[in-house]
Design a protein around this ligand. Structure first.
Ligand code: HEC
Length: 570
């Protein structure tokens, strides 16, 4: 039990940290004269993003049959499983639609919610969605046979092993460069292979022969102390977590050298593997970013920053807060999502060891009468003290990294005019949003309406304000009943149109939030998606190759879920 729990805590630290580091922890690029080389896009990551962000409209298989499309809340998006959907567009055009959206057609822009790398991953995933395993196998053969003596037309297009060249060209343009003596199907197969052969994760989505051979390599890095005036003592314990496919990660340990560097030799670098390093210092663990193995190079550099510990609450501020209220019988359900920021150069974590190896960080008071608290499923991260009415977070707050907290509870609602309160232990400095069911109205004047907001299948009225409150204060809202505005028959059509617009707005808003602290996806949700996919396959609704790729991708996500993280930081 013990090791298992410790183990989960380790993972949690890694997960939460790597989820956040995309925002604030990424090293800054100093020289911007030449653009950085393009990574090989990662299809597994693309598949995950597609299932998470795109399937509500585009459908799980990309066939354009997502929930919102079926409900006709959005115009029908195209069917990406059909070759014609993408092949006449250059990848860059396709990618630009994803980045900038087509807001008039309710396709949201993703530039704020996803990083450039994530956009490229999901762009290549959706662009190549109609390629099939058999097509790729055949395409490889065709290309090798036809071009053994050189394919002048293709060569004239530039270096086709350079992703930048391929990105500028559509599949249709590539195909025109092949000799026109080839059978039609063979040419498309050859182009599919040409575009997909260097993509990462091709293996996991169904093509076992495509990845470069594993090489043996070294993972090394420098440990720095991010707290001003402090050094890195020698001999710190460094743990390497090596993730490979479905298996639980392998652990290796070493000690840091006197110059603060560490090193692991004889690693097998193969695509699909990724690495995290944890450094133990002053009883706390400090994670590196998560890196994918790159069989192209034999050395991986993974720096780690450690910090001195500090527990000064005045360095902590709540910088954003959303409270979503629903009426449940005669109570209110409050869902709270808050973002915290640590402005100091110390890791915020107290000396109060609330469980072995876990120290209290944030202490969050709940309003009087709160009951049936729901905590996110993050193995032992939070501790509840029913007597004090507090929730204690045990995840340290790293300097400069956004820290997300999500809680839900029920509280009584008495009479018609009633107050909703939230006691604050830390400074509040930022945007507060309140989402109310249409039957409740907000009496406070300091809030501006942001109109209807769709969350899942429910419609809320949204309000916002920029607030500044000292610790020790309570955030108070006065709520009242709202008279129904129109006979329901009239509202229906308009609500539908509004809901569609609001969906896009809210998706964008929520994603922007979630980017700084992606909560863990629900395993059962993935399992359900797999079940739906199996069912569609049994019905004969999707082709077998696509089914296999899709299932493998979902399966990879599911196991990624079990091991508690994904390779987001490259
Ligand atoms: C709210 C619904 C919605 C979501 C979510 C959504 N899309 Fe779209 N998308 C659309 C609609 C509708 C269109 C069709 C737009 C049009 O007709 O011009 C579209 C079009 C596109 C196109 C252009 C296709 C073409 O034929 O030119 C691409 C590419 C695309 N979406 C990718 C994505 C990706 C990738 C994601 C997730 C990161 C995503 N979409 C999420 C609704 C959505």
């Amino acid at each position: 039990m013990r090791p298992c729990r410790n183990w989960l805590t380790l993972l949690l630290i890694v997960l939460v940290h790597s989820a956040c580091s995309g925002l604030a922890g990424e090293p800054q690029q100093l020289a911007t004269l030449t653009p950085p080389p393009l990574d090989r896009a990662d299809l597994v990551n693309g598949a995950r993003i597609f299932a998470e962000r795109c399937s509500s409209c585009h459908g799980l298989t990309g066939a354009g049959d997502g929930e919102l499309a079926l409900k006709a809340s959005i115009p029908a998006p195209g069917d990406f499983t059909q070759p014609l959907a993408a092949r006449n567009q250059a990848l860059l055009q396709w990618l630009a639609t994803i980045r900038d959206g087509r807001i008039e057609a309710l396709m949201p822009p993703w530039r704020d919610a996803l990083t450039d790398g994530e956009i490229r991953d999901v762009a290549l995933y959706s662009y190549t969605l109609h390629y099939s395993t058999s097509q790729l196998t055949r395409g490889r053969r065709v290309l090798e046979e036809t071009c053994a003596t050189g394919c002048a037309g293709l060569q004239a297009l530039g270096d086709l092993r350079d992703p930048a060249t391929l990105d500028r060209l559509s599949d249709a343009e590539l195909r025109r460069a092949l000799p026109d003596t080839l059978p039609n199907d063979d040419t498309w197969a050859a182009i599919a292979w040409l575009r997909a052969r260097d993509l990462q994760g091709l293996q996991q989505v169904g093509q076992p022969w495509s990845s470069p051979a594993p090489v043996s390599g070294v993972l090394r890095g420098q440990i720095n102390n991010g707290t001003q005036g402090f050094d890195v003592p020698p001999g710190l314990k460094v743990t390497l977590l090596e993730f490979d496919g479905n298996a639980p990660p392998e652990l290796r340990e070493t000690r840091s050298a006197s110059d603060g560097s560490y090193r692991f030799d004889d690693l097998t670098l193969a695509s699909g593997r990724s690495y995290n390093v944890l450094v133990e210092y002053a009883g706390r663990r400090f994670p590196s970013a998560r890196l994918n193995a790159d069989p192209g190079g034999a050395q991986i550099d993974l720096p780690v920053t450690i910090y001195e510990t500090g527990a000064d609450p005045s360095t902590i501020a709540m910088t954003a807060l959303v409270q979503q209220i629903s009426v449940v019988d005669d109570s209110l359900q409050v869902v709270l999502v808050a973002r915290f920021h640590n402005a100091s150069d110390r890791v915020f974590s107290s000396e109060n060891e609330v469980a072995p190896g876990q120290f209290a960080s944030l202490v969050l008071p709940l309003p009087a009468g709160a009951r049936d608290l729901t905590l996110p499923d993050e193995s032992g991260r939070f501790l509840v003290d029913p007597e004090m009415g507090t929730v204690t977070d045990t995840l340290p707050l790293y300097p400069g990294v956004d820290h997300m907290v999500q809680l839900a509870w029920l509280q009584p609602r008495d009479g018609t005019g009633f107050q909703l309160e939230l006691p604050l232990n830390y400074e509040l400095a930022g945007e507060v949003r309140l989402l109310l069911p249409p039957t409740l109205a907000l009496a406070d004047t300091g809030f501006a309406s942001i109109g209807p907001q769709m969350v899942g299948a429910s419609l809320f009225e949204g309000y916002r304000a920029e607030l500044q409150l000292e610790p020790g204060h309570r955030l108070l809202f006065t709520l009242g009943e709202q008279a129904p505005a129109l006979p329901s028959g009239v509202v229906a059509v308009e609500t539908l149109a509004l809901a569609a617009v609001a969906t896009v707005a809210l998706i964008v808003v929520l994603l922007r939030w979630r980017r700084s602290g992606r909560e863990r996806r629900r395993v059962d949700d993935l399992a359900r998606q797999i079940a739906r996919l199996d069912e569609a396959h049994e019905r004969g609704a999707i082709n077998h190759d696509l089914y296999r790729r899709r299932r493998a991708a979902l399966q990879a996500q599911l196991t990624g879920e079990g091991k508690g993280g994904d390779a987001r930081t490259r």
